[in-house]
Design a protein around this ligand. Sequence first.
Ligand code: 8YV
Length: 317
Amino acid sequence: MTKPRILQIGSLTGHPPADAELAARYDVLQYWKASDPQAFLHEHADSVEVIATSANIGCKAEVINSLPKLKAICSWGVGYDSIDVEAAQSRNVLISNTPDVLNDCVADLAWGLLIASARNIGWGDRFVRANHWENKVGNLTLGTRVSGKKLGIVGLGRIGEAIARRGIGFDMEVGYHNRRVRSDVPHRYFESLVELAKWSDFLVIATVGGASTKGLINEPVLRALGPKGILVNIARGSVIDEPAMVQVLAEGALGGAGLDVFDKEPKVPDALKTMNNVVLMPHIASATHETRRAMTDCLLENLESFFAKGKVLTPID
Ligand code: 8YV
């Protein structure tokens, strides 16, 4: 039996077995290896109905528009700000992502960053490794209490809720800002982001990326969070005005930050690397064996469902 064909935009390096698992089931056209991508698309234009991609690789309008038979884009990862949704939906091309399976691990890392920033875990680790403790070089530094404080969440979706639940376990009061107020949660809603930031001891960004949230966490929000406030971002770098964040951190007008994502990643502003009150991670919130396995399974199930029934199981919402 011949395998159904898919066009894979890039290698799924975030889960090493994934490329081979796709190749075992499908006749995979490896777009990223094409020496002349336009000619490659032209050559296969009549045979590609399905694209496989990921949240970090995405899919551009020029690819979508070059494939007249395209019917579905199945993506690995929950975010789809890198996919030209308008170009796809204007042609009724289905789009699936891998929601839910990563909520817990992303929320866990948000908490890891929050505690690491508040309790100087990165600094302490560097201090011990440099033998400063043994050699009595410099002073131990005081951190910020976490338990019982106020936790602000920007974007109370599935990941935001998982972060909020963990906050309850730390005896925290939870407040949030969202596109719309939620009648199904007990947390305090703030229509104004500045008011939420003023109220919060910790502000965690868990919103979608893309044009609708670009620069949402701007200088007034950062200043409202203030010199004792700590910012955590596990969403997308684009949500924060990054130069403004660097500036307020440098001034001491923001207490600290725990960041898994950056505006131009993997490029991280050099100034951040010199700051002891900042914890930096290379976009690994979903990167556990268990979650990455579940993400690949979800992608494979969406592809299988599309080829069997013409439907994807987890369409983007
Ligand atoms: C991925 C993510 O790790 O799902 C998302 O939207 O940002 C992460 O889970 C990232 O896309 C890297 O591939």
